[in-house]
Ligand binder design. Sequence first.
Ligand SMILES: N[C@@H](CCC(=O)N[C@@H](CS)C(=O)NCC(=O)O)C(=O)O
Length: 359
Amino acid sequence: MSPRSTRQSDEHSTAGAYVHPGEEFTRDTTYIEDGIVRDPEHARLSEGARAWPVEAGRYRLVAARACPWANRTLIVRRLLGLEDALPVGLPGPVHDARSWTFDLDPDGRDPVLGIERLQEAYLARYPDYPRGITVPAVVEVASGKVVTNDFAQLTEDLAKEWTAFHREGAPDLWPAGLEDEMRQVMRRVYTEVNNGVYRCGFAGSQQAYEKAYERLWAALDWLEERLATRRYLMGEHITEADVRLFTTLVRFDPVYHSHFKCSRNKLTEMPHLWGYARDLFQTPGFGDTVDFQQVKEHYYIVHEDINPSQIVPVGPDLRNWVSAHGREALGGSPFGEGTAPGPVRPEERVDRRHTPLAV
Ligand SMILES: N[C@@H](CCC(=O)N[C@@H](CS)C(=O)NCC(=O)O)C(=O)O
């Protein structure tokens, strides 16, 4: 059995080389699409995908703080209070041609899975796994095998399938009445913004870059306007759509503006987006998952073809992330009828030298 392809690309198999000369950037959207669901017998998954049962402690989420797609899972897990049910392993910020390593753990091994590289969990399931070893991934602890790396489905499943383990007061990140519009908004955010910054950064020609740049800024202008009158993307309360936009915005000035040449404006020059990003950053569950130093190290060191010196910038100054944002004036409340998550567990706290928050 091997992961199914929606499109063929070897983009992930050439760590260190992300730009293909003359070409537009195309993302490999092939995932191990298994789902972790409440009722595996009646699960409606895509063809060939396996349904695994939701079970506390059976799986381990592997999520590098540096990665925006993995950052989504860290935020949602914390907002929903799934820390006990789904423990986390945190690889360091960089990876080599073979994969992410657990170099932040004392002996260089994930303390529960006992592996040095995430690659071991992929190969345990698919000995000839042909693609990039990506985070986020969920690994079954007993077998050591990767279950899924389908990051978009994963956060949706955490919200909809893992409800038995949600904390009391967990927010509704997928309000039923908003779901259709949410999916449209998230689709545009994904193609134009989350992936749009990569399309700029990994463009293989001047023409491809300029096209990507126009697309990105058209979308950011749309969001700037949308957020002028709405506190959150879908209105009064946070939803999964905000999680998805936030992880790109928080990386914008430290990385995408310079490293990916997304330089028409800084985030700090887009008043509504900047206020919105700070509002979320200061909301428990969002900013307290962000390690700016790991984020910068990941991009500037791993993408050697666009930053051959691998020098990591010292700036920008991050203290403005904790400044007053004034978004309360738009009304709304982050958690709706729910409540904020409690303090971050000591073992999951971001290094205080890597964040402007008092963690
Ligand atoms: N694979 C997913 C998203 C996950 C992803 O790309 N994660 C990156 C880090 S931000 C990764 O693990 N890259 C390692 C590799 O490609 O070998 C996609 O491309 O849509």
